[in-house]
Design a protein around this ligand. Sequence first.
Ligand code: BJW
Ligand code: ZN
Length: 226
Amino acid sequence: MLVKVVVLTGAGISAESGLATFRDADGLWQGHHVDDVATPEAFHRDPATVHRFYDDRRRELRTVTPNPAHIALARLEQVLGDELLVVTQNVDDLHERAGSRRVVHMHGELLSALCDSCQGRFAWDDDLGDGPACPGCGNDTLRPDVVWFGEMPYDLDLIEHALVRADLFVAIGTSGAVYPAAGFVRMAAGSGAKTLELNLDPSETSHLFDDARHGPAGKLVPEWVA
Ligand code: BJW
Ligand code: ZN
């Protein structure tokens, strides 16, 4: 793998498409904090509420479109090819719909279901709350294919491999509050990469970046890519 540029994206890159972030003022879902609905404990305690949270967001996804920040990253992939890797914490598919192909969803995907019984992962664009059967094993144990607190993010080996080889690491629209993603800047910088933050306001890890630019992603990302 000859990745030279690793771009980490978070909820802020999809904000201008109309998807709520997790920790900004409006980052609540029906009065719930993300920590109340994005844990295995919450799912065990109250599966109906957690399913409703994800079913709502899966439906909302159909009503939104990529914004200039997603489109600029897809354009960058046209130029850099496999020298670019986009690592997203987002479970939406807006990078793909903008045209990006080299995208790693470290926190899973809304348009995928995971079976607790057989561990199969299935493309899924419908509600999960009404207990559909698993296409693999037939059990009604499908859950959203997303990574909750305390669970292991996807593809960490691949991501770390890319980070230690990158010349440039760029974090876009992420608060730097959630690990391991919040530690990627240290890992990249520790291996000699230049680091850049593009975020609405200074994140919790701003001070770790060589350069930080603050403003809306829909403006900053096209400017950076140009
Ligand atoms: C704009 C903008 C615009 C707005 N333009 N910008 C203590 C220390 C270190 C770690 C831990 C610890 N205690 C616990 C942990 C581990 C834990 C953790 O990090 N907890 C923290 C709360 C401290 N992490 C985990 O558990 C992870 N797993 C793990 O560590 O596994 C290791 C392990 C080891 C051994 C056994 C088992 C495991 C898993 C984390 C999973 C996170 N899951 C979620 C939900 C995913 C599904 C879903 O979408 O519902 O992921 S939580 C939520 O936070 C979601 C996001 O991907 C993630 C990050 O949020 P993000 O994207 O940064 O969004 P926001 O809202 O926080 O920020 C948006 C930013 O955009 C803001 O800065 C705005 O300013 C900006 N913005 N509009 C540009 N227009
Ligand atoms: Zn199954």
